[in-house]
Design a protein around this ligand. Structure first.
Ligand code: CA
Length: 222
């Protein structure tokens, strides 16, 4: 899952980025509203964490404009102003949730998980494809009950695949949701990581879960 953090306090932005990367999210940061909105327009984020008071263009305005976007990223607003009016304004304009600064990272993470879940008709947090099971809270992956150890990038790639079972995912889509802005389009890094995943997930099993869709991309299905 790919997240954009728009926050002008660099210390807060890097604290959020670091914490989320430890949770296997891909994170880009922007320090003002104009740059943030630009990144949100050229990239396909699953979630935007948006500060309310921003130089250039304020959070409410960015939120309003992101709502017009076809892909409609989920939006979590951050603000230091804990007033009822601000909350109502933010939610009316289309933010999916609201968090008042200062906050502890665990609360931010819990809100993010709740928002991402609301976007999908999934009751359980557990992701399952056949006998492959991912528990995003424990960061645990098992196949046939046996634990599989993945690197952070392998995990992020598998999570994205498992959130879209049966969908053909192009390399572009995978790069946009699993890698951050430093991704180099001219490498075959996605194919390399798919191979790593196959070695860990499918090798030794008769039923392969990761499928190549020739000329298009990849798909996971039971
Ligand atoms: Ca601010």
């Amino acid at each position: 899952m790919r997240i954009l953090v728009i926050e002008d306090e660099k210390k807060v932005a890097s604290f959020i980025k670091r914490g989320l990367e430890e949770e296997n999210f891909s994170v880009d940061t922007a320090y003002d509203g104009v740059q943030g909105q630009y990144l949100a327009e050229i990239n396909d984020y699953d979630l935007v964490i948006l500060d309310l008071m921003l130089p250039g263009k304020d959070g409410l305005e960015v939120c309003r404009e992101l709502r017009q976007k076809e892909t409609k990223p989920l939006i979590l607003m951050l603000t230091a102003k804990d007033t009822v009016e601000d909350r109502i304004k933010g939610l009316n304009i289309g933010a999916d949730d609201y968090l008042v600064k200062p906050f502890i990272f665990e609360e931010l993470l819990a809100r993010i998980r709740a928002i991402l879940r609301r976007g999908k008709p999934i009751v359980s947090l557990r992701l399952e494809v056949g006998d492959l099971v991912m528990d995003p809270v424990k960061h645990q992956v098992t196949r046939g009950g046996k634990e599989i150890h993945l690197t952070s990038k392998e995990y992020a790639l598998l999570e994205y695949l498992m959130r879209h079972p049966g969908d053909v995912l192009t390399r572009t889509k995978l790069s946009e949701h699993v890698w951050d802005n430093d991704f180099d389009t001219f490498t075959n890094i996605i194919d390399v990581y798919i191979n790593y995943l196959r070695n860990k997930i499918d090798r030794g099993f008769d039923k392969k879960l990761i499928h190549t869709v020739r000329g298009v991309g990849y798909m996971i299905k039971a």
